[in-house]
Design a protein around this ligand. Structure first.
Ligand SMILES: [Zn+2]
Ligand SMILES: [Zn+2]
Length: 300
């Protein structure tokens, strides 16, 4: 599963070319897998299909995500990408679980496999995977995102090598169970690749708090002249990089004239020191003074 960062648009023919290669591998492996009777090839085909799908989906989600905020989405459309990646990963994991089950069935009831077809199919998909990895390699120094894609494609090429070795074992020793074993290994590899994306995206969708030093934030906010207390902090992720923050700030009665200055100070502090992208501050005097740092259910 390849999850793209949206600040680096998937531009240019290179990504399109790599996607085309991935789709070709999918087709070759499905045809070859069915002809050879190799479940491992079909499994790897599904893996490559998942990769192509995630590139295409994140490309289109990215385009939607670039739309401006409007009445229907005051936060904008960035989370289309998050939701897409979440659903995509979840489906891949479910398919992989089915494939692990199928692999176990195959281990118990072995079926003959055409080693020649398996070998050539795996060889073709290996060269396509390796080709796209090398294509990415040149650009992988500057961008973390492209580097992740490169490493992913490289790992995928290694999976093809495993299938090549498996086909040689089928050819030389008629060890048919190797196909079922590879199916299970490749499926587990897909799950391993994908689980992290599910974790990250579900955290964002569940409004889980980003990792911030909330004690340091409270302390710094309270140190602004005129401020006596801070309560009901909320922080959440709009997408994988933008943090939204809100808090109630108690000030002394004689600081009322400085409300705009205090708000500006707090906003600047949060944006510059804590990398928060959007800040909302509610100024209060006695209201909610000394209530919990993180809101309980009463609205103060
Ligand atoms: Zn992959
Ligand atoms: Zn309050």
């Amino acid at each position: 599963m390849i999850m793209e960062e949206h600040e680096r648009p998937l531009t240019g023919g290179k990504f399109a070319f790599v996607t085309m290669l991935n789709i070709s591998i999918t087709v070759v492996e499905i045809v070859g897998g069915l002809l050879a009777g190799s479940l491992a090839l079909v499994t790897d085909a599904i893996h490559n299909f998942g990769d192509s799908l995630s590139i295409v989906l994140s490309y289109s989600a990215q385009r939607i995500g670039q739309r401006d905020q409007d009445e229907r989405a005051t936060f904008g459309y960035h989370r289309v990408e998050i939701l897409t990646a979440f659903v995509n990963s979840l489906v891949l994991i479910l398919i992989s679980i089915v494939l692990v089950w199928e692999g176990i069935q195959r281990l118990l009831h072995q079926q003959p496999i055409n080693g020649y077809v398996m070998f050539w199919t795996a060889l073709i998909s290996f060269s396509f995977n390796m080709g796209s990895a090398l294509l990415m390699h040149a650009d992988s120094r500057g961008s973390l995102n492209i580097k992740a894609t490169y490493l992913h494609l490289l790992a995928d090429a290694l999976a093809s090598i495993a299938v090549i070795i498996g086909s040689l074992m089928v050819l030389a020793f008629h060890i048919y169970w190797i196909d079922a074993a590879l199916t299970i290994v490749v499926s587990l590899y897909i799950i391993y690749e994908t689980v992290d994306v599910v974790k990250q995206t579900s955290k964002i969708l569940l409004q889980n708090a980003p990792v911030l030093d909330y004690d340091a934030i409270t302390e710094a906010m309270t140190r602004v002249p005129g401020v006596v207390d801070v309560h009901h902090l909320h922080a959440w992720m709009e997408d994988e990089k933008d943090i939204i923050f809100s808090a109630h700030v108690n000030i002394t009665p004689d600081a009322i004239e400085d409300i705009e200055w205090i708000t500006a100070q707090e906003t600047q502090l949060l944006q510059q020191r804590f990398n928060i992208c959007h800040v909302t501050v509610q100024i209060e005097i006695t209201h909610g003074l000394n209530s919990a740092k993180f809101a309980k259910h009463e609205m103060l």
